[in-house]
Write a protein that binds this ligand. Structure first.
Ligand SMILES: Nc1ncnc2c1ncn2[C@@H]1O[C@H](COP(=O)(O)OP(=O)(O)OP(=O)(O)O)[C@@H](O)[C@H]1O
Length: 665
C-alpha cells in the first residue's frame, strides 16, 4: 500500500504579485515533490523498516561528536523505561496487597514495602530524567553545529556552474532546512526511544498479566502510527513544493529593510508594492498551511477513532476476563493502569514519530545536499602549475552557461602574456566578464582548450591556480565587517599583517578613506551596528581595490574597477595598474572607459561572444569601420574630440609588448 496515490498534475495557483514580480508560480512541481524523492515513494511497511536507519543516522552523528554524552542520554532514557516497568510491577504488588482478604491495617502494612518501592522508583525516574535533559541540552547544539558546518563547508567548494543550476540551488535550499532538523531529530529520537521504552515496559507487564492484552496494546498503536506518518509525508511534500515561494518571500522581506534599497523604497514608493506582495504571497502560503491543518485534522480524527475502537476492545476483553473469573481484580487494575499509561505514552510517541519522520526527510535532504555538493566540488589536487610567469592561452573556447542554450563565448582564441596590461572591450553582454571568469578557473570551458603555461585548466590544481589570481569584480562583495577585515579577507590564509594592509590601502588610494572613518581600521563598514559607518560607492571601490592589492597575486582581474571613482582617482587607479604590470603582475582589465584601455599593452575586442579584434590602441584605431574604433570615437565625441591616437596624459606602454594584428570583424 502506498500512502500517496499518483495524481494527475494540477494547475498551480498563482497570485498577482507572484505573477508581476516573479513572472509566474514559484512552485516546485507538486507530483514530483510528492513522488520524486525516495522517502515519499515509500510504502508503509518500507517506512517502518526505515525507522531504525533514521534513528541510526542521528545516533551516528551524535556518537561522532560526543559519545559520553550520548551514552548518558541513552542510558537515562532506557533506564527510565526499566524503572517504569518495575514501577508497574510494584503498583501491582500494592493492589494485590490491598485487594487481599483480612483486616485493613494488615493489608496496608503488607502494601507498605511495595508503596515505598513505588516512591523510590519514581524518585529514580526523576533523577534519570534530569540526566537526560542535561545530556540532550549538551548534545543537541553540538550535533547541529557540526552538521551545519559540514553543509556550508561542502557548499563553498561547489563549482560555480553547478551552483547556478536551479535544481542544484533547490537542493541546497532544501538542505538548509535540514540543518535545524538534526537538532530537532535528536530530541525527537530521544523522546521516541523513551516512549518506546515506556511502551515496552507496559507491554512487558501486560504480557506477564495476560498475553492477549499485549496484542491489543499494539493494535491501539497501529492506527495512530499510520496517521502520524501520513501527516508527516504530506507536510514534507508541501514544504518541497513551496520551497521557491518561501525563498522569494524572504528575498522580498530582506530587501524591505536593506540599506541598498532604502532610498528607492522611499522615493519610488517601492515599499508599498513589496509589502503588498509579501502580504499576498504569504496569504497564499497561509492557505496552504490551512489545507495541511485541515488534512491533518481529518487524518488525526480517523486514526484516533480507530485507536479508540481498539482501546475499547481492550477494556471489553478485561471486562470479560474479570466476569468469567479468568483474572483477579488486582491484575485487572494493573492492566488498566498499564493500558492507560501506555495510551498516554503512545500519544507522545505518535507525535514524536510524526516529527521524527518529518525531520528525517529534511535530514535526508541535508545529506543529499552535502553529497551533491561533494560530488560537484572543485576537485582538490590536480596537475601543479608550471613555475615561472604564467602565459594563459585560449584555443577555440566556447562556453555555455548552465540552464541556457546560447553560448556566451564562441570559439575564442587568444593569449594573455605575463606581466602585461591586457584589456577586454566590447558592448554589454559581449562576454568580457565570462571570459575573465574562465581565465580565473571559476568556470570550465564547454569546449576548446584553456591552459596556464601549458597546463589544461580541467587538469590543473585549481586551488593553486586560485592562489595565482586576485579579482576585483564589478559587483565585488561589500563585507559587512570592519575595514581591516575587508582588506584582510583578500588573503585570509596569511596571518593578519597591519603593515601589508596599509601598504595595499595606500596603493589603492584607500588609506585616506580609512583614516577618515570614526574608528579607522576598526570601523564596521555597515550601518546599524556598534562602530558602524556608511561608505560611498567610490570609497567602497577603493577598499575593494585595497583587498585585491593585499592579495598580491600574479594575475589581477579588474572588471570596471573605476566605475564609482572621481576623475582624479580614476586616472590614478589606471596609472597604478600600469605600475603593477611593470612589477610583473599580469593585469586583465575590463572596462568601458576606452581612454584607459588605450594605454593597455594588448586589447581584445569581443562582440556577442566572439573575438572580433586584437592589437594595440593604435592598431585597432587604424582599422576603418572597426568596432573598437567606432566605440572609441563615440566616447571621444562626448568630450567634443575625435582622436585616433593614445590620450596624451596616459602612461606610456612598454615597447615591444603588443601583438600587432589587424582587427577582424
Ligand atoms: N551566470 C549567468 N548565467 C547565464 N547567463 C549569463 C550569466 N552571466 C552572464 N550571462 C550571459 O552571458 C552573456 C555575456 O555576459 P558577460 O557578463 O560576460 O558580458 P559582459 O561583456 O561582461 O557585459 P557587461 O559589459 O555588461 O558587463 C550575456 O548574454 C549574459 O546575459
Amino acid at each position: 500500500m502506498t500512502l500517496f496515490a499518483r495524481r494527475a498534475p494540477r494547475a498551480l495557483p498563482v497570485c498577482s504579485s507572484e505573477l508581476l514580480l516573479f513572472g509566474g508560480a514559484l512552485r516546485h512541481d507538486i507530483p514530483c515533490a510528492t513522488h520524486g524523492t525516495p522517502l515519499l515513494r515509500l510504502t508503509f511497511r518500507q517506512m517502518a523498516r526505515q525507522f531504525p536507519a533514521l534513528v541510526a543516522t542521528v545516533v551516528r552523528a551524535a556518537w561522532r561528536e560526543d559519545r559520553r554524552c550520548l551514552l548518558a542520554l541513552l542510558g537515562a532514557e532506557l533506564g527510565q523505561g526499566l524503572v517504569r516497568a518495575f514501577g508497574l510491577l510494584a503498583g501491582n504488588r500494592v493492589l494485590v496487597a490491598l485487594f487481599a482478604s483480612g483486616p485493613t491495617p494488615r493489608r496496608l502494612r503488607h502494601a507498605l514495602p511495595a508503596l515505598l518501592a513505588c516512591t523510590t522508583l519514581a524518585a529514580v525516574c526523576v533523577l534519570l530524567s534530569a540526566v537526560s535533559v542535561a545530556a540532550a541540552g549538551q548534545l543537541e547544539p553540538k550535533v547541529e553545529r557540526v552538521c551545519t558546518a559540514r553543509f556550508y563547508r561542502s557548499a563553498v567548494r561547489v563549482e560555480l556552474a553547478t551552483l547556478e543550476k536551479k535544481d542544484f540551488h533547490r537542493k541546497l535550499d532544501a538542505g538548509r532546512f535540514g540543518t535545524d532538523s538534526v537538532r530537532l531529530m535528536l530530541g525527537s529520537t530521544v523522546t521516541v526511544l523513551s516512549a518506546l521504552a515506556a511502551l515496552a515496559a507496559s507491554a512487558g507487564v501486560l504480557a506477564v498479566l495476560h498475553p492477549a492484552l499485549v496484542v491489543l496494546l499494539l493494535l491501539v498503536a497501529v492506527p495512530k502510527g499510520w496517521g502520524a506518518l501520513v501527516s508527516a509525508r504530506r507536510q514534507y511534500a508541501s514544504r518541497h513544493a513551496w520551497i521557491e515561494h518561501r525563498r522569494a518571500i524572504s528575498v522580498l522581506t530582506s530587501t524591505l529593510t536593506s540599506q541598498e534599497s532604502a532610498a528607492e523604497i522611499r522615493v519610488h514608493g517601492a515599499g508599498r508594492l513589496l509589502v503588498d506582495a509579501y502580504d499576498e504571497m504569504s496569504a497564499a502560503m497561509e492557505r496552504e498551511q490551512r489545507r495541511l491543518a485541515r488534512a491533518r485534522a481529518v487524518t488525526q480524527t480517523v486514526s484516533s477513532a480507530l485507536s479508540g475502537l481498539v482501546a475499547l476492545a481492550a477494556y471489553g476483553l478485561l471486562w470479560l476476563l474479570l466476569a468469567s473469573g479468568g483474572m483477579p481484580l488486582a491484575v485487572a487494575g494493573t492492566a488498566v493502569i498499564a493500558v492507560h499509561s501506555a495510551g498516554a505514552g503512545l500519544s507522545a510517541l505518535v507525535l514524536q514519530v510524526n516529527r521524527l519522520y518529518e525531520e528525517a526527510m529534511y535530514l535526508g535532504d541535508l545529506e543529499a545536499a552535502c553529497a551533491a555538493a561533494e560530488r560537484h566540488a572543485i576537485p582538490s589536487g590536480g596537475t601543479p602549475l608550471r613555475g615561472g610567469a604564467q602565459e594563459i592561452r585560449l584555443e577555440k573556447v566556447t562556453f555555455v552557461y548552465p540552464d541556457t542554450t546560447a553560448p556566451a563565448l564562441s570559439e575564442v582564441s587568444l593569449a594573455i602574456p605575463p606581466g602585461k596590461v591586457v584589456a577586454l572591450v566590447g558592448a554589454n553582454g559581449s562576454g568580457k566578464t565570462t571570459l575573465s571568469k574562465l581565465v580565473a578557473g571559476l568556470y570550465l570551458p564547454t569546449s576548446g582548450s584553456l591552459s596556464w603555461n601549458g597546463v589544461e585548466i580541467q587538469d590543473a590544481d585549481r586551488d593553486q591556480l586560485f592562489d595565482h589570481v586576485a579579482v576585483l569584480s564589478q559587483d565585488f562583495p561589500r563585507w559587512p565587517m570592519t575595514a581591516r577585515a575587508n582588506v584582510h579577507i583578500g588573503r585570509p590564509g596569511l596571518p593578519l599583517d597591519q603593515g601589508r594592509i596599509e601598504r595595499a590601502a595606500a596603493e589603492a588610494d584607500a588609506l585616506d578613506v580609512v583614516k577618515s572613518l570614526p574608528h579607522q581600521w576598526d570601523s564596521l563598514v555597515v550601518k546599524g551596528f556598534e562602530r558602524g559607518t556608511q561608505l560611498s560607492g567610490g570609497q567602497w571601490q577603493r577598499l575593494g581595490g585595497a583587498r585585491a592589492r593585499y592579495r598580491r597575486a600574479p594575475l589581477l582581474i579588474v572588471d570596471e574597477p573605476t566605475s564609482a571613482l572621481d576623475p582624479r582617482a580614476e586616472v590614478e587607479a589606471f596609472r597604478s595598474l600600469r605600475t603593477l604590470a611593470d612589477d610583473g603582475t599580469t593585469v586583465l582589465l575590463i572596462t568601458h572607459r576606452l581612454a584607459a584601455t588605450a594605454t593597455a599593452d594588448l586589447i581584445y575586442v569581443l562582440d556577442r561572444g566572439r573575438l572580433v579584434g586584437k592589437g594595440t590602441h593604435e592598431e585597432l584605431m587604424a582599422v576603418e569601420g572597426g568596432l573598437y574604433r567606432s566605440m572609441y570615437e563615440l566616447q571621444a565625441a562626448q568630450y567634443g574630440g575625435r582622436s585616433t591616437s593614445r590620450p596624451a596624459d596616459g602612461p606610456a606602454r612598454r615597447t615591444g609588448s603588443a601583438h600587432a594584428q589587424p582587427a577582424q570583424t
